[in-house]
Design a protein around this ligand. Sequence first.
Ligand code: URA
Length: 209
Amino acid sequence: MTPPAHTSPLPPDGALAELAASCAACRRCGLAAGRTHVVVSRGNPRARLMVIGEGPGAQEDASGLPFVGRAGQLLDQMLASVGIDSQRDAYIANVVKCRPPDNRKPTPEEMAACRPWLAKQIELVNPAVILLAGATALEGVLGVKGGITKLRGQWRAGEGEGLEGRWLMPIFHPSYLLRNPSREKESPKWHTWQDLKEVRRRLDGEGRP
Ligand code: URA
């Protein structure tokens, strides 16, 4: 973003490395058996914006980094279109940190097993704004099922479970946007652009609920 929003204090020394090591050793659910890498995060742990997606795909599993495949490239482009650099201005993670087979949606049990890791990430990074990319992120983080078409673009004030004082914004998942590439007015991509402009406004305004 311009100017860079590196304003949050760094998480305590070693805390993120410790978290990554704990995740690498995690066997809390069956997804551990099929993984190449545990995919914890990329981006800036001092960013005031956190992006949460569903879970790693093939490229993320192979590289150990979230959102590096086609969906990730689109996410980066869309963030850049509102002046947000995904490496400098955002911290990116997923609801589950191991790849579900055949890219299926993670089960509620898998999401619950992985939840403490995500909760720790939120605590350490302390983002003011959280972007929930897709229905699974909305479900995994806020427990709200379905209705991403209706719920996207609406701010939610975080409540409980380490979310107090944060603003959360559900958006369409970039994989959905890859399948719906139109940029016409009222298209999913157009709506996502409006949502991201709103996120940018919130980040610029320092607002907290
Ligand atoms: N989709 C996600 O939700 N997360 C990733 O890391 C990659 C694709």
